[in-house]
Write a protein that binds this ligand. Structure first.
Ligand SMILES: Nc1ncnc2c1ncn2[C@@H]1O[C@H](COP(=O)(O)OP(=O)(O)OP(=O)(O)O)[C@@H](O)[C@H]1O
Ligand SMILES: [Mg+2]
Length: 373
């Protein structure tokens, strides 16, 4: 996928900008607080439909303005798209080639984002690792996004019923009955998401291992993962086994779900554990090894996407190159060189420009919500 151009009005600290991009490497250079990450956020919003920041929608609009827009001309699988996202404090409207559309209908490949926060995926909350698995699902399977969204909807409905029951805001009999009729579809979707994650993780495993070996200059490193459902590894489970396991767990936790008012069974509770040379990376890997795993994972996502779909996704590197040691920087740069994936890099460090000067690199200076190329 190639982002050809970007047009922004009243977004974050930008008034109005319009720019074209290189099809290979684009560097956003500037001091702290000038708008570099905001630009990556604008690109991510168009591709993904959501921000990567935990943010309220109204904070996207420039302070003192009432609405903003992000527009882009992009090419995906040889098709051209004009995307436009209009947003105000209370609504967002997405159009594709001048027609109103739901973002999920578009089925764009996810943007691969690597930021300082990514470096803590291994040891921080399982939430991040689940998101990574879901991103892989979207990358690996064209129906993946839809299945995940359907599951999220079912989860929301189920949680609402459980909450109403817990707070006695619904007739108990009616509530229990509604819950029972929803459980079947909920469990089916929960199992489908689980299997999609397992398949995608297994598909990419070799690519991650190869990238790890490359980062460590040919050293023999083994990469594997465990998929944990209620303390048990389900890596090699099939759909039937997963459904059975989820059903049993739902029976066991029925009382607690009714008490707590939330769904305690499903992929939102699973965990993905990465094994580095056979050991649980959360507890046994050094900080540097954990960084290697995440970097290898991101590099693998690029290679994997090309292997599955025949084209590269967009890569967003937010402030991360300077956080990597020299050998990791070199591995990443060599991957960029080989893959020619379109990349947007933010940095405060002017010396990175010479390191990153691959073919077709453009540098943009970002200063106080303005862009100079
Ligand atoms: N809705 C908004 N309206 C106006 N300004 C905003 C809005 N939201 C964020 N900002 C401002 O945008 C500025 C730039 O943010 P951004 O995160 O892009 O900086 P950056 O260039 O990536 O800096 P750093 O190098 O520190 O990461 C900040 O000063 C922030 O206050
Ligand atoms: Mg930033």
């Amino acid at each position: 996928m190639i982002i050809k151009s970007l047009h922004i009005a009243n977004f974050r600290n930008f008034d109005h900008i319009q720019t074209d991009f290189s099809e290979h490497v684009n560097i956003f250079l500037g001091d702290n607080g000038q708008g570099k990450t905001n630009l990556l956020e604008a690109i991510y919003l168009l591709i993904d439909g959501e921000s990567f920041r935990y943010t309220k929608y109204e904070t996207l609009v420039k302070l003192d303005k009432s609405e903003g827009l992000i527009k882009s001309h992009l090419e995906n699988e040889k098709l051209d798209y004009n995307l436009k996202l209009l947003f105000s404090g209370h609504k967002k409207e997405f159009t594709v080639n001048e027609k109103k559309s739901s973002h999920s209908n578009l089925n764009l490949p996810p943007a691969i984002l690597f930021s300082p926060e990514s470096l803590s995926i291994i040891k921080e909350s399982s939430d991040e690792r689940r998101s990574l698995a879901d991103q892989l699902v979207i990358q690996s399977n064209r129906q993946g996004r839809r299945v995940i969204q359907d599951f999220k909807k079912a989860l929301k409905t189920r949680n609402k019923i459980l909450k109403d029951l817990a707070h006695e805001q619904i007739d108990r009999e009616i509530g229990i009955e509604t819950l029972a009729s929803l459980n079947q579809i909920y469990l089916k979707l929960a199992a489908e998401v689980t299997i999609l994650r397992l398949n995608a993780l297994t598909d990419i495993q070799n690519d991650v291992e190869k990238a790890l070996v490359q980062i460590h200059a040919g050293q023999n490193i083994k990469f594997d993962y465990k998929y944990i459902i209620s303390d048990i590894d389900h890596k090699n489970s099939d759909l039937e086994l997963v459904i059975k396991s989820l059903q049993n767990r739902m029976k066991e936790l029925e009382k607690f779900e009714l008490q707590s008012g939330v769904s305690l069974v499903g992929p939102q509770k699973h965990d993905v554990i990465f094994l580095y040379n056979g050991n649980d990376s959360r507890f046994y890997s050094s900080q540097g090894q954990q960084r290697s795993i995440i970097l290898a994972f991101k590099m693998a996502q690029i290679v994997y996407h090309h292997r599955v779909h025949g084209f590269y996704p967009v890569l967003l590197l937010d402030d991360v190159l300077s956080e990597l040691d020299l050998s990791k920087q070199e591995s990443l740069i060599s991957t960029l060189n080989q893959t020619k994936t379109q990349t947007f890099v933010t940095t405060t460090d002017v010396s990175l420009i010479s390191k990153l000067s691959l073919s077709n690199t453009r540098v943009f200076n970002i200063k106080n919500g303005q862009i100079f190329s």
